[in-house]
Design a protein. Structure first.
Length: 362
């Protein structure tokens, strides 16, 4: 089975990818991380069957709707969550299957009414959302929270799993990635050891936590499973696909058809530009080592496709340009090697390669 743990730094949210036989599920995907996660699925060759929500989140907007629209996955959410737009409203004991594996649904309310914990079929892994965190538990002071209910949920539905079962939380603010049932039963200061339900209620009643920063945006959106209030968006300038590393890319065949509409920025060295691979018609030469100091010579009004030998240096250059505020930038996928392998035309420069060098005002 394929397993990946992904992180959103803004909300400290963990997203989990599980896949078997190239069929996968994503648990708690984040709206702003859609491009990253979609790229990972594409690169690993995983067909996304479901997005699974552990609850209706108050600290980030889910990417469930985006994945449904773009990849055709189905949205899984607790029937008791009170949200609209879920394709598979689940209850205690239901199973979500992918490949030859499955996740069991366990209802663990208390943080919210619709909190779920997903348990892998061999009970080696559990995804607890905000019910059980590493040495902590989800807050119970808003959104149908109830400390006594959460205490029972954790003890009856999570602490009954094998001690060696790994527990993957929905969040962690101190960089901790995983715990185990045995660890939390022994060491959790809120729920472990001999602590009673009354102890837990007293602890949770005196946390004094601030109001969640994103709740006014996140909660209404997540009650729609992440669907925006308006689905209109500006058309993309090109069919850009962002890699898992965050690099925006376009394919050689698209560039060949749109050469007159973009600036092709070749970031190789001059001897490469004039070398055996040749260069793309109309390309402008600007070695990547000079890019930062000469950004002012580039127009932000023109779309830029960056190219190098294999796509590595140009990927770095694309990110430099994006970081400098160039909105329409893409790397040429595979660079000149891919361009030539597609049989696309190249220019071999004259004896004076300086005539093709980068000049001010372009």
């Amino acid at each position: 089975m394929l397993f990946r743990q992904l992180f959103d730094a803004k909300s400290s949210t963990y997203t989990y990818l599980l896949a078997d036989a190239r069929e996968g599920v994503l648990i708690d995907p984040v709206f702003e991380q859609f491009g990253r996660d979609a790229a990972l699925l594409r690169e690993l060759g995983v067909a996304l069957l479901y997005t699974l929500e552990t609850h209706v989140h108050a600290d980030h907007v889910t990417a469930a709707w985006l994945f449904k629209q773009r990849l055709g996955s189905r949205i899984v959410l607790a029937a008791s969550a009170g949200a609209t737009g879920a394709d598979v409203p689940v209850r205690e004991g239901d199973r979500i299957r992918f490949g030859q594996r499955s996740l069991e649904v366990r209802a663990t309310p208390g943080h919210t009414n619709g909190c779920l914990t997903y348990v892998l079929d061999d009970r080696s892994m559990a995804f607890s959302g905000d019910a059980l965190l590493v040495r902590a538990a989800g807050r119970t002071d808003f959104q149908q929270g109830d400390a006594r209910t959460l205490y029972r949920s954790v003890h009856d539905k999570i602490f009954t799993l094998p001690d060696e079962c790994l527990v993957y939380p929905g969040h962690d603010y101190q960089g901790r990635t995983v715990t185990s049932v045995g660890e939390e039963k022994q060491h959790n200061p809120r729920l472990g050891g001999e602590r009673s339900a009354d102890d837990f209620v007293g602890f949770m009643s005196n946390l004094g936590l601030p109001h969640p920063k994103q709740i006014d945006v996140a909660l209404p959106a997540n009650l729609r499973c992440g669907r925006p209030e308006t689905e209109e968006s500006a058309p993309a300038w090109a069919p850009v696909v962002r890699t898992f590393a965050g690099v925006p890319q376009v394919r050689p065949d698209w560039l060949e058809e749109h050469l007159d509409q973009v600036l092709v920025l070749d970031v190789r060295e001059p001897h490469e530009f004039s070398g055996e691979l040749g260069h793309i018609r109309g390309a402008t030469l600007l070695p990547v080592g000079q890019l930062r100091e000469r950004l002012g010579e580039l127009s932000k009004e023109r779309a830029i496709v960056v190219v190098c030998r294999s796509g590595g240096r140009s990927a770095q250059a694309s990110l430099i340009l994006e970081g400098a505020g160039f909105a329409r930038v893409a790397n040429l996928e595979g660079g000149m090697i891919r361009w030539r392998s597609h049989g696309l035309p190249v220019e071999l420069p004259p004896d004076d390669p300086g005539s093709h060098a980068f000049g001010a005002g372009i």
